[in-house]
Write a protein that binds this ligand. Structure first.
Ligand code: NAD
Length: 249
């Protein structure tokens, strides 16, 4: 992929999948705006990109805050001179409870970050891309954008919803030079899992995939960067799995 002269925003880029995508975009020529809630981890990822010879800047933002997301897009326009690529990746797992016991504040938090955060991204990224001559966006869904998972009702609802949002926005801008797709990873070996689950549970999760292992952040980044690239010029409004066969069963 050649992202020379392209400016990219990646949210949730301080860790896991977002960090892998930010690094790959940086390696392949993009100027990357590394954005996360966590300033320190974002700085570390930006430093990695720069020490590998790439271009990166940090702009901290909470994706659940529409004004912060608008400020992030304005940062890219002002500091980097445009916006061509965006990955709305920031997300959390949320509480693990059945629907009948699900904490109301946990529901709101998951919807605010995993769904509203993606809408705020699109809301400000799309006009900025049109003003920059066009671009491409990937929204990070999950296999749980197409199948259910017990004790994760908020996460599953948010990921299903963002797939519909992706399709609708893609239709609206299909003739205006902005492509929008969603990616659906199965269980990926990142801090989102390893911080919250013990080794036994991780092993059980690995066994749910026909390939009998978890995915890697780099495997998700490869698909995401392909969808952002010109090689994917006829691909818009669709949801692409990277799931080791999970949803084939
Ligand atoms: P991670 O926890 O390693 O990284 C997520 C990053 O998002 C963190 O750096 C965190 O600080 C940041 N973040 C959290 N809330 C934020 C907010 N309000 N504003 C800005 N940044 C915020 O997680 P990951 O596994 O890399 O997940 C990234 C995305 O991939 C998420 O949307 C997740 O739902 C999705 N996903 C993950 C898996 C998996 O198994 N790991 C599977 C499918 C989809």
């Amino acid at each position: 992929n050649d992202f020379q002269d392209k400016v990219a925003i990646v949210t949730g880029a301080g860790s896991g999948i977002g960090a892998a995508i930010a690094r790959e975009l940086g390696r392949t020529g993009a100027e990357v705006v590394v954005s996360d809630l966590e300033e320190d981890s974002s700085q570390a990822v930006a430093e990695d990109i720069r020490s590998a010879g790439g271009k990166a800047q940090v702009c901290t933002a909470d994706v659940a805050d529409a004004q912060a997301v608008e400020a992030l897009v304005n940062f890219a326009l002002r500091e980097c001179g445009g916006l061509h690529l965006a990955v709305n990746n920031a997300g959390i797992g949320g509480p693990s409870e059945k629907t009948g016991d699900y904490p109301l504040d946990g529901w709101r938090k998951v919807i605010d970050i995993n769904l509203n955060g993606v809408f705020y991204g699109l809301r400000y990224q799309i006009p900025a891309m049109m003003q920059s001559g066009g671009g491409a966006i990937v929204n990070m869904a999950s296999i749980l954008g197409s199948v259910g998972f017990a004790k994760a009702p908020a996460y599953v609802a948010a990921k299903h919803a963002l797939v519909g949002l992706t399709k609708t926005a893609a239709m609206e801008y299909a003739t205006e030079g902005v492509r929008i797709n969603a990616v659906g990873p199965a269980f990926i070996d990142t801090p989102l899992l390893s911080k919250n689950l013990d080794a036994d549970t991780l092993g059980q999760l690995a066994g749910l995939h026909p390939v009998q292992r978890l995915g890697t952040a780099d495997e998700v980044s490869a698909l995401t960067c392909f969808l952002l690239s010109e090689r994917a010029s006829f691909i818009t409004g669709s949801y692409h799995l990277v799931d080791g066969g999970y949803t084939a069963q």
